[in-house]
Design a binder for this molecule. Structure first.
Ligand code: TXA
Ligand code: MG
Length: 314
């Protein structure tokens, strides 16, 4: 039974963080802020707790989760770092980068959905850092939204989707990045992009001084790879310059407006505003249209999310 909670909204002060850590250690699901989006956390070493995450989200059980840890030492207790992975981790952790690496530590098989690799990330948000340090265990956390819907970038978004289904939400304000982490795996020595996200792939290529391969076809079914994902209720049209009468147009580089993703055409600002503006537009208009957004930098991840949000819902 997942609808038995009176979900409490916790302030992100010392008391709130201690309460959240205690609830997690007791096997409950707690949503917490990261710099990318809010995560729905569970103790990654506790299979029952992790099962609670799948149940609360209505997530298909074959989709593996990211293990969040406080630092590199904790990451190394869970996965085998390769030289390239170590360079990336040293450059970009804490931050919006998830590395998929061979596992060797103690996490529930429900976290990896039976794979012999584990996705790990050290989040940069100070509240996430404090929580992970307090619990001292890996925390499995997908985005804190019902499966397939728009990811949450505020505590209120989490409440909208999961109130009554989880123990608590730790309120750390709006997420600075606003898009999920970039997920990178390796095929032998070749870095493979599994999901574009909050760290621009150009920065990974510059650091490694080699191109990153795009993941094609898949042996793993990842929710971020399902066609319809991040979906608003109403229809969404992309690359629109002239909206139709029943559409609200999300603008980019087009001067200030209530509906600007970024008035100045800055993809970092647009990423931070994307999910909140999609929610607002979905609540306001029958249909949503979005102006063209260039694919450089975070534009690649923004377009990825928009294409999935626009896909026909099955
Ligand atoms: O920014 C983020 O990454 C957020 C915050 C909360 O950290 N989390 C997040 O989790 O977006 P989620 O579950 O919505 O997306 C995790 C993605 C999924 O597409 C999943 O299939 C993939 O990571 N994944 C996890 N483990 C994997 C593995 N071993 N191999 C390949 N893909 C994996
Ligand atoms: Mg998600």
């Amino acid at each position: 039974d997942t609808s038995r909670y009176e979900t409490c909204l916790l302030a992100a002060d010392d008391d709130g963080i201690a309460t959240a850590a205690r609830l997690l250690a007791q096997g409950h699901c707690v949503a917490f802020p990261t710099e990318t989006v809010y995560g729905l956390g569970a103790d990654a070493t506790d299979g029952r707790a992790v099962a609670g995450v799948y149940a609360a989200k209505g997530r298909p059980a074959f989709n593996p989760l990211i293990a969040h840890v406080a630092n590199m030492a904790m990451a190394e207790s869970l996965v085998r770092m390769t030289p390239q992975a170590r360079r990336l981790a040293e450059a970009f952790w804490p931050g919006p980068l998830t590395l998929v690496l061979p596992r060797h530590g103690e996490v529930s098989d429900l976290v990896t959905a039976g794979l012999d690799t584990l996705a790990v990330r050290v989040p940069a948000h100070p509240v996430a850092q404090a929580l992970l340090t307090a619990i001292g265990r890996p925390v499995a956390a997908p985005s804190a939204n019902p499966s397939g819907r728009i990811s949450p970038t505020t505590a209120a978004h989490v409440m909208d989707g999961l109130s009554g289904r989880i123990a608590a939400v730790l309120d750390g304000g709006a997420c600075a990045v606003g898009l999920e982490s970039t997920i990178l795996g390796f095929d032998g020595d070749i870095p493979v992009l599994l999901r574009p996200g909050g760290l621009a792939v150009e920065r990974i290529e510059a650091l490694l001084d080699r191109p990153v391969t795009l993941h094609e076809g898949s042996d793993i079914t990842a929710p971020g790879q399902l066609t319809s994902h991040y979906a608003p209720r109403g229809a969404l049209r992309l690359n629109v310059v002239e909206p139709e009468a029943d559409e609200v147009l999300l603008r980019f580089g087009d001067g200030p407006s209530e509906w600007s993703l970024s008035a100045s055409g800055d993809p970092v600002e647009a990423a931070a505003n994307l999910f909140a503006l999609l929610r607002k537009a979905d609540a306001t208009a029958q249909r949503i249209a979005v102006m063209p957004i260039p694919t450089q930098g975070l534009g690649a991840a923004i377009n990825d999310r928009l294409i999935r949000a626009a896909a026909p819902q099955g």
